[in-house]
Design a protein around this ligand. Structure first.
Ligand SMILES: [Cu+2]
Length: 432
């Protein structure tokens, strides 16, 4: 899809979302968070902190037209989705997760980083067969019609994976994973209990990173044995989507089983009118490091694995990083803003700038997102042969895995684990 078509489709989708909100208000079938959020984090949450998840199978689509058989968790009242629902909870309050299993084999959920997890009221613990061999990291749900209830009280605020603890290599690869966001009690706008971890709640993002070997999925779909010796991921995902689908809004109608986008949309930082950073919560549900590289600015790492980066006396141990290495099973919470450090101004502080040749800025065909101006909020004239998708002189920065084979769709550049950060001028852009 061309960027022009994609952008106009996005506008339509936003309009449709507004309509959906109006409908939801009248029939109350969708929670506001599900209906309203076309960008950023879309949480499942409720006052009881109780979630009913169903492990089921389904299909996702990739940008090159492939269709991949997957297993995943879904909200039991909704259909199949990848990844599992993002569960948002508050630290210190009990959480209940009821797992129903419709898959052809037993499955389970482990909550890495959570203490005193119980399964059906008993301490969660590894399961052994009569011969003493490990069958699951935790009590699970039987194949096809089993269920199990997990309870725990989250402690340290931050971001966590939840994922299969049964035949974990295969079941994670098949898609049984999701994100758990634990918010500090009384401070839903902070990453952790430190006041300096405050962020703009309208600019909160989860990047759940994973990979797919389509041959393995085809084998599972055909009930054939899985051959790990030939394991070779070909698709790399953010929130279950590959570039350019990562740019599409949440709940895009053309991605019915991949509800979560990864388009980051912020405004220029300003000490008085826009002082709060965005937060990006990175999670790795795959098998290798994902060196994630946001262009344009450093990000401040404040949490790892749901733990605050602070010393024993409360020293701030957060740090700025340009390339965020996210290891298998790890989570990294980072604050992000965009600052005009050189105070560029065409009139009062003009900085000699070489405008790149337009061909350097082409994304697809004759479309560009570049404003043809080095100044945020300014657009300059374009050759008549070029179609500009730039609305008001905003900037776009690529953010992608720096292991460049992970930035492809089955080897074709550019795609895969890649998205775009959009920076609007301080005054905003159109109605945004
Ligand atoms: Cu890069």
């Amino acid at each position: 899809m061309s960027p022009a078509l994609r952008v106009s489709t996005r506008r339509l989708a936003v309009a449709a979302t507004v309509l959906a909100v109006a409908l939801a208000a009248s029939v109350a079938t969708l929670r506001p968070a599900e209906a309203a959020t076309s960008e950023g984090l879309a949480c499942d949450s409720n006052a009881q902190q109780t979630f009913s998840l169903t492990a089921r199978d389904g299909y996702i689509s990739t940008p090159d037209g492939n269709s991949i058989y997957m297993w995943s968790y879904s909200n039991s009242s909704r259909g199949f989705q990848l990844p599992g629902p993002t569960l948002c909870v508050t630290a210190g309050l009990p959480v209940t997760v009821i797992l129903h299993n419709t898959l052809p084999e037993a499955t389970s959920i482990v909550f890495p980083g959570q203490k005193n997890v119980k399964a059906n009221g008993n301490p969660a613990q590894p399961q052994l067969d009569p011969g003493g061999s490990l069958t699951s990291l935790v009590q699970g749900a039987e194949a096809r019609n089993g269920s199990v209830t997990y309870t725990f009280t989250p402690g340290s605020p931050g971001t966590y994976l939840y994922e299969s603890g049964t035949d974990a290599n295969k079941q994670l690869q098949m898609g049984l994973y999701g994100a758990l966001v634990v918010r500090p009690s009384g401070h839903p706008d902070q990453v952790n209990d430190r006041a300096d971890s405050v962020f703009s709640p309208a600019h909160e993002y989860v990047f759940l990173l994973s990979e797919i070997d389509p041959d393995l999925h085809l084998a599972v779909e055909r009930s054939q044995p899985v051959r790990w010796a030939t394991f070779h991921p070909r698709y790399y995902l953010i929130n279950g989507r590959s570039m350019p689908d990562t740019l599409a809004p949440n709940y895009a109608s053309w991605l019915p089983n991949q509800p979560y986008g990864a388009f980051v949309h912020i405004r220029q930082w300003d000490a008085t009118s826009n002082p709060l950073p965005a937060v990006i919560r990175y999670l790795n549900a795959g098998t290798v490091n994902y060196p994630f590289h946001p262009h344009g600015s450093d990000e401040r790492v404040v949490n790892k694995d749901g733990r605050t980066l602070a010393g024993p006396a409360g020293q701030d141990l957060s740090y700025e990083k340009f390339d965020l290495d996210v290891q298998p099973g790890q989570t990294v919470d980072a604050l992000m803003d965009w600052r005009d450090v050189e105070q560029w101004d065409a009139a009062t502080n003009p900085i000699p700038t070489q405008i790149p040749a337009i061909t350097d800025q082409l994304l697809v065909g004759t479309d560009t997102w570049f404003s043809e101006s080095p100044y945020l909020g300014t657009k300059n004239a374009l050759p008549p042969t070029i179609t500009s998708n730039n609305e008001c002189g905003e900037y776009y920065h690529i953010a992608h895995s720096h292991a460049l084979q992970q930035a492809t769709n089955y080897g074709a550049t550019f795609g895969g684990m890649m998205t775009v950060f959009r920076i609007d001028p301080l005054a905003g852009c159109l109605a945004k």
